[in-house]
Design a protein around this ligand. Structure first.
Ligand SMILES: Cc1cc2nc3c(=O)[nH]c(=O)nc-3n(C[C@H](O)[C@H](O)[C@H](O)COP(=O)(O)OP(=O)(O)OC[C@H]3O[C@@H](n4cnc5c(N)ncnc54)[C@H](O)[C@@H]3O)c2cc1C
Length: 413
């Protein structure tokens, strides 16, 4: 049975696609609007930590994930120069047992493809950019750059870090450059033997920088995310081309294995972006409109949770709409925010803090940090070196238990 309720999803990225799939499975009607001419994703890896994997499994994507993903043995911290091991947190064996799901490395395009694979073509309008919203007779009208409009019972801004929906609801949110520059690149394993790249989530920490490497595409490629501090950057974009030389120059003096890996990157596919930060919002929803993913809580990538939070948001929002039904949108949006905002706020703030601790440059401070890793490890061998257990433990699948006792829709899941 279909609910008599229409959702307009603005943006067909990872969060928008997760919401669409979640609504579909609950029989709630939606239409998606994407400014690009097709659904696509940038070539880069993404870490799907157990909290996100629980949602993907609930959405029926366990087999897709197993086929496309890579299961790292452990998360391992290394000294940037000597390669000394700073911590080792087992993942493959521990995550299902301790956190209730696997920890996968996935190519972003593979993740996006699985989330969007069942969206019927007639449910998406491509090539239109949302420019604003207006209210009319209890509905929200989304306005687009081609002059078209669309009336919905709920408009969801899943339109990313520079969200037009967020600006329409809450005004332009100023972003500040964090002083962090980030490169991303992929190395095709079939082309080069990489015996020096271990099957782990590898975390190299150095003065004013850190590098994360891991396998994606079932082990066919190695993904590189390399961050260092550079105070001159101004542009917030993920798609600016860089060069192999610029990447090498940014990490001169780092461990030989890392430099060897950088030397094998495809020079045409090295991108750089400046990391911008925004404060957590006090409220996401207004009238018949709300936000999810980066539109609601843009975050630094230092806890690897941007995509995971967008997936959790999409799932929980759909569950709230189904639970409270079309007659009580206010309660549904309140429940959605009550479930999601405290969690995403904490992730935003802790990711910001990690930018400092990963990059300590005084030898005393970094020694103290490395010793703390060792002590923590001795106390609990399963403790995650980046202290993210609380992130991984969360289970969005039980969100309905926390929504309270309000009436549920009969057709709910
Ligand atoms: C290199 C890199 C590595 C990352 N690694 C990780 C990781 O390991 N783990 C992790 O969890 N996160 C990671 N992230 C962050 C994560 O990818 C983002 O947080 C996530 O993609 C947010 O999803 P979203 O759907 O909210 O936004 P987006 O993915 O940005 O999607 C927004 C969509 O909206 C569309 N759009 C924008 N404006 C409009 C408009 N006005 N009208 C219509 N459509 C519009 C866009 O075209 C896009 O399709 C990484 C990001 C990068 C760049």
């Amino acid at each position: 049975m279909k609910h008599d309720f229409q959702v307009a999803i603005i943006g067909g990225g990872i969060g928008g696609a997760a919401l669409a799939r979640s609504l579909d499975r609950l029989g709630i009607d939606y239409h998606m609007f994407e400014r690009a001419s097709a659904l696509s994703e940038v070539g880069a890896g993404v870490q799907m930590t157990p909290n996100a994997v629980k949602v993907l499994e609930a959405l029926g994507l366990g087999p897709d994930l197993a086929a496309a993903g890579f299961l790292p043995e452990a998360m391992v911290g290394w000294n940037w120069q000597s390669g000394e091991e700073l911590f080792r947190t087992p993942l493959r064996e521990v995550c299902p047992r301790v956190f209730g799901a696997e920890f996968y490395h996935v190519h972003r395009a593979d993740l996006h493809t699985m989330l969007a694979k069942d969206i019927a073509p007639e449910r998406i309008t491509f090539g239109v950019s949302c420019t604003g919203l207006r209210q009319q007779a209890g509905r929200t009208i989304a306005c687009f750059d081609d002059g078209s409009e669309y009336a919905a019972d709920l408009v969801v801004g899943a339109d990313g870090v520079r969200s037009a929906v967020r600006a329409a609801l809450w005004g332009q949110e100023p972003a500040s450059y964090t002083g962090h520059m980030c490169w991303r690149a992929l190395v095709p394993v079939e082309q080069f033997p990489l015996p020096f790249v271990t099957p782990t989530s590898a975390f190299w920490m150095g003065p004013k920088g850190h590098v994360v490497t891991y396998y994606v595409k079932g082990g066919a490629m190695v993904n590189i995310v390399a961050v260092n501090e550079n105070h001159d950057w101004v542009e917030e974009s993920w798609t600016i081309k860089s060069s192999r030389q610029e990447l090498l120059d940014g990490f001169a003096g780092w461990n030989d294995n890392l430099i060897r890996l950088f030397e094998l990157t495809n020079p045409d596919q090295i991108y750089k972006w400046g990391l911008f930060d925004r404060d957590p919002m006090q409220r996401w929803s207004r009238g018949n409109a709300t936000l999810l993913g980066d539109a609601a809580h843009p975050m630094l990538p230092f806890l690897s949770q941007g995509a995971a939070m967008a997936v959790e948001d999409g799932y929980v929002l759909a569950q709230a709409l189904s639970h409270f039904g079309p007659g009580d949108l206010g309660a549904a949006l309140d429940a959605y925010e009550a479930e999601r905002r405290p969690r995403t706020t904490r992730v935003q703030l802790e990711a910001r803090e990690r930018g400092r601790t990963y990059h300590l440059s005084s030898p005393e401070e970094s020694k103290a940090r490395d010793l703390a890793f060792k002590l923590e490890q001795a106390k609990n061998p399963n403790a995650v070196g980046i202290k993210a257990e609380w992130v991984y433990q969360y289970d969005a699948r039980t969100c309905r238990d926390r929504f309270g006792k309000s009436p549920a829709l009969s057709a709910a899941s």
